[in-house]
Every structure is written in structure tokens, then in C-alpha cells.
Design a protein around this ligand. Sequence first.
Ligand code: CP3
Length: 347
Amino acid sequence: MTYNDTFLRACRREPVETLPVWYMRQAGRYDPEYRAIKETHSLLDICRKPDLAAEVTMMPVKKLGVDAAILYSDIMNPVASLGVDFDIVKNVGPVIADPIRTKADVDRLRPIDVDKDLPHIMETIRILGRELTVPLITFAGAPFTIASYLIEGKPSKSYIRTKQMMYSEPHVWHALMEKLGDMVITYLQAQIASGAKAVQLFDSWVGALAPQDFRAFVLPVITRIFRELSHLPQPKIYFPGVASGELLPYLAELQADVIGLDWRVPIAEGRRRIGPRFAVQGNLDPYVLTAPMSVIEAHAKAIIDEGCAQPGYVFNLGHGLFPEASLEKLRELTAFVHEYSRKVLAG
Ligand code: CP3
């Protein structure tokens, strides 16, 4: 089988014949085969078995016909190597036994040791490099998003303790951002060395910040992460998560290649806000997938029309897939994006 590099070309803003498609959280509970595996394995069990993790990564590629694979893992995986115990609790998310709250807690965090603590992840990436005929995207959680779990101890809606640290003890906050920045850089470099074809930095919850606070408290570390990776040719994606539209103008100088948009910002407006240097990825509201196929296609069509207006567009959702999504509709949507965009791009 020939290698499908449409996704990589779109990331580099090169011309494509059809739009590439992948879905955030494309390996997951909407798939009965995945749910069956989950009956006997936790997420972390799967991650520790490279053959199984590779198989789960490939399932959506085979079933949906997407143009990229995303490594089956979680943003929390490298956190154990910092010296923080965590678990992923069913229907809750990441839970930390001893949250990070003080300067002493931050000082205790160790630099991550990929060879010692994360060799199974690198092995999964190497297996996928041999087996896939589409590019493999690997990822890390961004410092703010990881910090929100470390500080709150569990998923939060208000980020009250996170903001408390940020506003009340900025030196502790910045020390934490720097340590998490180091973690991200080491981890993404190792993933690329193991064969990742593109990397995505998930900052899922940073849209909780006012734009000026994003600029003061988070943008410096994001800037450093992309600067330190900028010599590597693999495309780099920054996903500033949900409700991030007002942050977009601050991203204009990042040394990233692609910016992920959520559904609150139209593609053309997102492009205007970030400026001409980037490809964009997104941004169908995932819950549109609950509608009949004709409604889903109408929404996709509007996004595709804007996306095709200039090179550098990757079709995706505005956030991750949810367990109630339909595999059959996802397969149809993928085929629709390919067919319809082929016509639009042919002029
Ligand atoms: O298919 C893929 O996208 C790759 C796998 C992947 C997972 N997590 C597996 C997973 C990816 C890319 C992630 C990233 C991740 N993890 C993010 C960023 C993306 C986003 O959605 O914003 C975040 C915030 C996390 C933290 C996390 N992990 C949460 C909040 C949860 C609970 C979600 C829930 O609905 O239960 C998890 C668990 C998790 N990670 C699941 C999966 C498939 C669901 C539970 C499971 O199947 O065991």
C-alpha cells in the first residue's frame, strides 16, 4: 500500500487533492471493539503493552478511513516520571493523590527519564512506524493543562486552585510552568526520535484564562517549547482547546505549524486572528455528530468551503469525540469530507 501523506502536506500548507481528516480522541469508547478491550484492561494497562496500544491506535485508521493516526496514550503518562502518582478514574478522568500546591511540591518534581519510565510508549511509536500507511501524530499535554490536574488533583470546572497559585504566588507558578515546559520538550523530542511524524500540544483548558493572563502566565512557556523544537522538520500543532478564540491573536509569533480551532470561531476568522504563517485544524462541534447525517454534512460543508479557500487546512472536530458518537456516522463523515473537498479543490 502507498503511504498517504496528505495530512503532512496540509500541515506544511502545500497543495492537496483532498482534505486530510482525523478526529481528536479517535481511539475510544464509541467503538465496541475498544470497549471490549477496556473490560479487561485499564487505559494505563493498554499503554504498557506496546502491541495492544499500537493495535488500538490503528483501529480508527482501518474503520474510519482517516488520514492520520494519533498515538493511543494520555497526556498524564509522562507525569509519573516527574514523580507524581496519578490514576485515570473511570468517568472522572485524571486523579492525583498528592496535589502540587507549594514551592516545595514544585521543587520535588524531577526531570522526566524517558528511557527508564516511558520505554513502552517509545516502543509503541516504533511499532506504528513500521505498520502504518498514514502519518503518526504523537502528543503531550501543555503546561497549563497538566498543571490544572496537578494542582486541583482532579478535573475542575473553575480551576480555582490553579488560578489561586497563578495570581497569588506567581514565582511558584512560573517555576511549575518551566518544569512542565522541560517535560514537554524532552518528551516530544523523544517521540520524534522514535518516529513520530507530527506532534500536537494539547492545551485543552487554557481557554479558561483571560487573554492578558494567557499572555503573562502561559505564552512564555509555549513560545519556548516551540522554539526549542523548531529545528525539527516534523509539523507541530498547538491546540489551545475549548473557548480559545480570544487567545488566537497572541499565537501569531509561535514557531508552530498548525493551530487547532474550536467551533466557536469560524475557520476564516481563525485564520485572520492567527495570521498567515499557520495551517489550521478543526473545528466541527463534536456534538453535531448526534444529528442526522444530512445535518452533519451541511455543517461539514460550510467548514470545508472555508477550509479550502487557501492551502493549509486539516479537517477535525473542535474538541474530542465522546463515547456516544456513532462509528457509522464517523465513517460516512470521513468519506463525505474526502469526496466533497475533492470537488471543491478541483475548482
Ligand atoms: O484517540 C486519541 O485521541 C488518542 C488518545 C488520547 C487519550 N487521551 C486517551 C484517553 C488522547 C490524545 C488524550 C489526550 C487527553 N487526555 C487530553 C487532551 C485532549 C482533550 O480531550 O482535551 C486530556 C484533557 C486528557 C485527560 C483525560 N484523560 C481526561 C479528562 C479523561 C477522562 C475523559 C472521560 O470522558 O472519561 C481521560 C481518560 C481517557 N484518555 C480516555 C481515553 C480514550 C477515556 C477513558 C478510557 O477509554 O479509558
